[in-house]
Design a protein around this ligand. Structure first.
Ligand SMILES: NC(=O)c1ccc[n+]([C@@H]2O[C@H](COP(=O)([O-])OP(=O)(O)OC[C@H]3O[C@@H](n4cnc5c(N)ncnc54)[C@H](O)[C@@H]3O)[C@@H](O)[C@H]2O)c1
Length: 416
């Protein structure tokens, strides 16, 4: 089994916390030999963690890609609108790529990159990690087994979670720029394509930004949570609750996500400092965000299969759920609980618990690292089914571009 050398461009949350960590788990399979990262603290941390020399640490993508090819694989985990320019240069140098989603906020760039990849013959995996989770793999296996006959109809929901919406899509990196339906839900469209195994033919979409706007601010709301805000006690979006005290997300409870996005090596003191002065301490009603907080898509697939998808930033927990209705039964599946309930019509329900199939749920239900193994196997030729090949991933992106076009045009039906 070959050990792959990798260069990581963008050593932030995904590049540093997710993909680099693969080396800790599988040192015989991956070795980081170069990184590019403009933020000095993140660069220094990666240098220390992965035992790199100064010469192996570059200040940005351009300086790394100005060198001859340094590794087998280049991991691109930079902001959305930088992916394609970096990918094109890396392909010219002959790197195989692990490319973060969304491929690009621009439809033209997405298509141009796919064409370029196909000219080079290099392997490019887009990080649609859910395809590699045991949960969705099992769900697809059950569907393909005919347990509910032929799939006719579905109802899917992406529950973003109120704190995650506030963190990423109101205060954070994705508050503007990439449409939320593309940024967050290209995963959901991709999983629908994976499960249904048919193409989406047309769709329409509605949605908007309901809550996180200045005109919705409660009376007395300060511009920053820690500046004596009169609404602090009642506000679920209060930065101190989300980043310090919340049991699921607060550093005082030992939670490193999402606090590691605010500071490297988070501690209670460092996180307090960040919310007193940085962007993550801003009032959610007084940010410069413009992406939606709720959106629905109504879809028709080949052979008359129909369904609806809802994305909501106002749910209690982040979680994906889906109901699949077939000619001989129905499935109710919940990624958070890992339970897949199958009810053949007229027969008792039975349940598959994915916890019985694996105990590795680290990083997107285990999908992050299984996807990396899939990429290495595909390059090596020991696996011919790269589930997240760019040619497959473009399809979900085109659905998201169409959904956004529909939403901005009064819910007009868009043919794909
Ligand atoms: N696959 C998934 O499920 C998933 C989940 C979250 C985020 N993402 C995607 O991953 C990408 C990165 O997200 P993140 O959460 O890690 O963000 P992040 O901000 O934590 O990390 C991005 C890093 O890129 C660095 N960077 C910016 N410009 C650069 C350049 N020119 N050269 C080198 N480095 C540069 C930044 O300094 C930063 O450290 C985004 O495209 C995001 O949409 C994917």
């Amino acid at each position: 089994m070959k050990q792959f050398t990798v260069a990581i461009i963008g050593v932030g949350s995904r590049g540093g916390e997710t993909y680099a960590m693969y080396q800790k788990k599988f040192p015989e399979r991956m070795k980081i030999v170069a990184i590019a990262e403009p933020r000095e603290d993140h660069r220094e941390l990666a240098k220390r963690l992965w035992d790199l020399t100064d010469e192996q640490c570059y200040v940005d993508a351009d300086s790394l890609l100005a060198q001859p090819k340094l590794a087998d694989v280049c991991i691109i985990a930079t902001p959305d609108d930088t992916h394609v320019a970096i990918a094109l240069k890396a392909l010219d140098l002959g790197y195989h790529l692990l490319l973060e989603k969304p491929i690009s906020p621009s439809k033209e760039e997405v298509i141009a990159l796919r064409e370029k990849v196909n000219e080079t013959g290099l392997t490019v995996a887009v990080c649609h990690v859910l395809r590699y989770t045991v949960f969705y793999s099992e769900l697809r296996r059950v569907l393909q087994s005919g347990a509910i006959g032929e799939l006719v109809n579905f109802q899917a929901i992406e529950q973003v979670g109120y704190w995650h919406q506030a963190h990423s899509f109101v205060r954070g990196n994705w508050r503007t720029g990439t449409p939320m339906i593309l940024q967050k839900c290209c995963h959901d469209m991709d999983i629908l394509l994976f499960l249904i195994g048919k193409r989406c033919l047309r769709l329409s979409s509605f949605g908007g930004l309901y809550e996180f706007r200045a005109d919705r601010a409660p009376e007395g709301a300060a511009l920053r949570c820690m500046d004596g805000c009169a609404c602090k006690d009642d506000c679920p979006y209060d930065a101190e609750k989300i980043y310090i005290t919340n049991t699921a997300t607060g550093i005082a409870n030992g939670q490193t996500y999402p606090t590691e996005v605010l500071v490297t090596e988070p501690t209670v003191e460092r996180v307090y400092e960040a919310i007193k002065t940085g962007p993550y301490g801003r009032c959610v009603y007084h940010c410069d965000n413009d992406v939606v907080d709720h959106q629905t898509i109504n879809m028709e697939f080949e052979d008359g299969v129909t369904g609806v998808f809802t994305m909501s930033g106002l749910t209690e927990f982040p979680c994906r759920q889906i109901k699949l209705m077939g000619t001989r039964g129905q499935i109710d599946a919940n990624m958070d609980t890992g339970l897949i309930h199958v009810t053949p019509h007229g027969k008792p329900m039975y349940t598959i618990d994915v916890h019985d199939l694996t105990d590795d749920f680290d990083g997107h239900g285990g999908g992050d690292h299984l996807m990396m193994s899939g990429l290495f196997d595909a390059i090596e030729g020991t696996c011919t089914d790269l589930r997240t090949d760019i040619n497959v991933s473009v399809e979900s992106h085109l659905m998201c571009f169409a959904a956004e076009e529909s939403r901005l045009n009064g819910g007009k039906v868009i043919e794909l």
